[in-house]
Design a protein around this ligand. Structure first.
Ligand SMILES: Cc1cc2nc3c(=O)[nH]c(=O)nc-3n(C[C@H](O)[C@H](O)[C@H](O)COP(=O)(O)OP(=O)(O)OC[C@H]3O[C@@H](n4cnc5c(N)ncnc54)[C@H](O)[C@@H]3O)c2cc1C
Length: 628
């Protein structure tokens, strides 16, 4: 039994699993310490991965050499590319997963990583070295069973477990989520080191027994006919035998029953103090906010292939269980409903993330990294992304290497972490496409082009995955070059153009010019131009490469414009502010700016410019001082 490690990761949720896998694969002797080994990367809430902006994050995790995409592909029961009718920047992959298989697959992967040990227990105390000079350092931890581990870095990913308190009507119980104990000791320990903490809350709906549901009365929602996948690597396949989801609707009758329990709702009677996610409201919140609506749409999602359990997306609630049950019976198709468990809300501790560097290392304690829900975020994808970066950076810190910090025009992960450490959070943070300035650059299809070379350089992307990427890239380039080089005659194309509903040509054009029209795609153009089909088939250009080439051609103007703007703003990112600079010495800054800058201590003028309360005039003052 080893008691000394380079890195200990506390918690095997979505953040902890990615952190541990990355740190160990890079070569650090890593321990993954978690309260229950049978619940690794457990989906505490909905059995799905991805969605708008979140799907892009999963593609980025995969492109960097993380696991979430591959594990999702291996355990999906349904795949959909959302927003396909909108521009490519909005296309977002989403998969329903077999929840149990997802967790089992993570465990299988983790148990087979050399350098990675697992210990089932709860960390209850962190241990610090406090040198005479400089900041304190993490040097180990103690567990509930009294075991003491020494280490040089810790990644804390305790999720919703820190002093977790669950609510269902008037019933309240300590716990990290239903069926799991809460985690005590860590928050107190960090408070004594000077960390600020806060309280947040989230909620989950009831889980239903499929045997009691009249599916024949419900509206099915099927996966994509030709499903895609999350991972860029060739070792996963698109899902087969997809399972449908179903749409159901609430009604005035359902609402009346729910309202009858409002006086017993912990949300409304002052029991819950934590701040909840505004964009993921409980059903009781929705009834209050949209009081005039007669119905709300809900999605019934399967929890897996070998269970009767269904998740009712949109019906998160902490009303008394009998109110939830009674109301559910009034939904069409649920007249004989049996539930496995009611919905509930949970409150937990988090640490305002402005206490972190961009590497996710805390500013107060050297070697201590935070990732996931403890940073005030919500969602598996946001957690996994932070875990991956914290695992990479903990390893690099111990090696004396520079931290990997992704830029805002490079990845949603860069936007996520920059938002957290620069702006902080005042409610659970979830990623939206609107948070990114460079949405056309940060597409799901090009995550590999943006990040796989970096993942390879870091050492996480395998040679096989990298070779696959290089090949795809060259196929994309060859197809784009082909479209630029080929002239198309009126006689060979006008019938096709009319058939797809676009104007015929009056003179010959280059193939790429045709592809810039919305109606023209490589898919249909191949039927009109046999030489194009031959080119694609002879080179074995697959669906992903064709899609990528087409997006590059159609969005060329937008892509170049965003790259130009990003390059201009990089100049601000490159102007450093000394770490110990005294902002209060600058009278020309507003008082608010001086306070915020002193608290957050931005590393560059770019970062300073995004801090709420720092005005363009303040940025100009900083530019005069530090820039040109
Ligand atoms: C009731 C509920 C409802 C939710 N609803 C939503 C929602 O609607 N939308 C959404 O996006 N997200 C929701 N979430 C949040 C989602 O589950 C999290 O965002 C995600 O799981 C966070 O991942 P994580 O890795 O940070 O933490 P978690 O997945 O919570 O994992 C934490 C891990 O840390 C371990 N751990 C904790 N303390 C210790 C300790 N002291 N020692 C050792 N191990 C420890 C736990 O055993 C667990 O393995 C909900 C969560 C809950 C519980």
């Amino acid at each position: 039994m080893t008691l000394d490690y380079d890195i200990v990761v506390i918690g095997a949720g979505h953040a902890g699993c990615e952190a541990a896998a990355a740190a160990a694969r890079l070569g650090s002797r890593t321990l993954l310490l978690t309260m229950d080994m049978t619940k690794m990367a457990s989906m505490s809430c909905n059995p799905a991965v991805g969605g708008v902006a979140k799907g892009q994050i999963v593609r980025e995790i995969d492109a960097l050499g993380g696991e979430m995409g591959r594990i999702t592909d291996r355990t999906s029961v349904q795949f959909r590319m959302l927003n396909k009718s909108k521009g490519a920047a909005m296309w977002s992959p989403r998969a329903q997963c077999d929840k149990t298989r997802f967790s089992e697959e993570w465990r299988r992967v983790l148990e087979n990583i050399p350098n990675l040990s697992i210990w089932q227990d709860a960390a209850s105390q962190l241990l610090f070295d406090t040198p005479a000079e400089g900041r304190p350092r993490i040097c180990g931890l103690r567990t509930r069973m009294g075991v003491e581990f020494t280490c040089r870095a810790v990644v804390l990913t305790a999720g919703t477990f820190l002093d977790g308190l669950m609510h269902c009507g008037e019933a309240h119980a300590e716990g990290g989520r239903a069926g799991d104990a809460a985690s005590h000791g860590i928050t107190e320990c960090l408070r004594t080191m000077g960390f600020e903490t806060g309280r947040m809350k989230t909620g989950t709906p009831a889980r239903l027994d499929a045997r009691s549901i009249r599916f024949d009365l419900l509206e099915p929602q099927f996966g994509d006919e030709n499903p895609g996948k999350f991972s860029f690597s060739p070792d996963t396949e698109p899902v087969r035998d997809q399972m449908p989801c179903y749409l159901v609707y609430t009604s005035p009758e359902v609402h009346a029953i729910l309202r009858s329990g409002f006086d017993r709702s912990p949300l409304f009677n002052g029991t819950i103090h934590g701040i909840g996610p505004r964009y993921c409201p409980s059903i009781e919140d929705k009834l209050r906010t949209f009081a005039d609506k007669d119905q709300h749409q809900l999605f019934l999602e399967p929890e897996g292939r070998s269970t009767n359990e269904y998740y009712l997306n949109g019906f998160s609630s902490s009303l008394p269980w009998e109110i939830q049950w009674e109301a559910l019976h009034k939904i069409r198709g649920f007249e004989h409903l049996q539930i496995y468990r009611p919905g509930y809300a949970i409150e937990y501790d988090y640490f305002p993330p402005t206490q972190l560097h961009h590497s996710l290392e805390t500013k107060l304690v050297a070697g201590l990294f935070f990732a996931g829900q403890v940073n005030g975020t919500t969602g598996y994808e946001e957690a996994a992304a932070q875990g991956l970066m914290a695992g990479i950076n903990a390893h690099r810190k111990l090696k004396g290497e520079e931290a990997v910090v992704l830029k805002r025009d490079e990845a949603y992960i860069g936007v996520l972490i920059d938002d957290l450490v620069t702006k902080g959070v005042d409610e659970p943070y979830r990623m939206f496409t609107s948070r990114a300035e460079y949405r056309i650059l940060l597409r799901q299809d090009n995550a590999d082009a943006r990040l796989t070379p970096k993942g390879h350089e870091i050492g996480l992307v395998s040679e096989e995955q990298y070779a696959h990427f290089v090949k795809k890239n060259s196929l994309v380039e060859s197809l784009v070059a082909y479209a630029h080089g080929q002239s198309v005659k009126i006689s060979e194309i006008n019938d096709y153009l009319k058939s797809v509903g676009t104007d015929p040509l009056t003179q010959g054009k280059k193939m790429y010019e045709l592809l810039m029209r919305n109606q023209v795609t490589f898919g249909t153009l191949q039927d009109a131009l046999p030489r194009l089909r031959r080119f694609i088939e002879e080179r074995g250009i697959d669906r992903e490469a064709i899609e990528e080439a087409e997006i590059q051609i159609k969005y060329k103007g937008y892509i170049e414009r965003e790259k130009f703007i990003a390059a201009k703003l990089h100049r601000l990112e490159n102007i450093a502010i000394p770490a110990d600079f005294d902002f209060f010495s600058m009278n020309s800054l507003t008082i608010e700016a001086r306070q915020k800058l002193s608290r957050i201590r931005p590393a560059t003028i770019g970062q300073a410019s995004r801090i709420p309360g720092v005005s363009p005039a303040d940025v100009n003052v900083l530019l005069i001082k530090f820039g040109r």
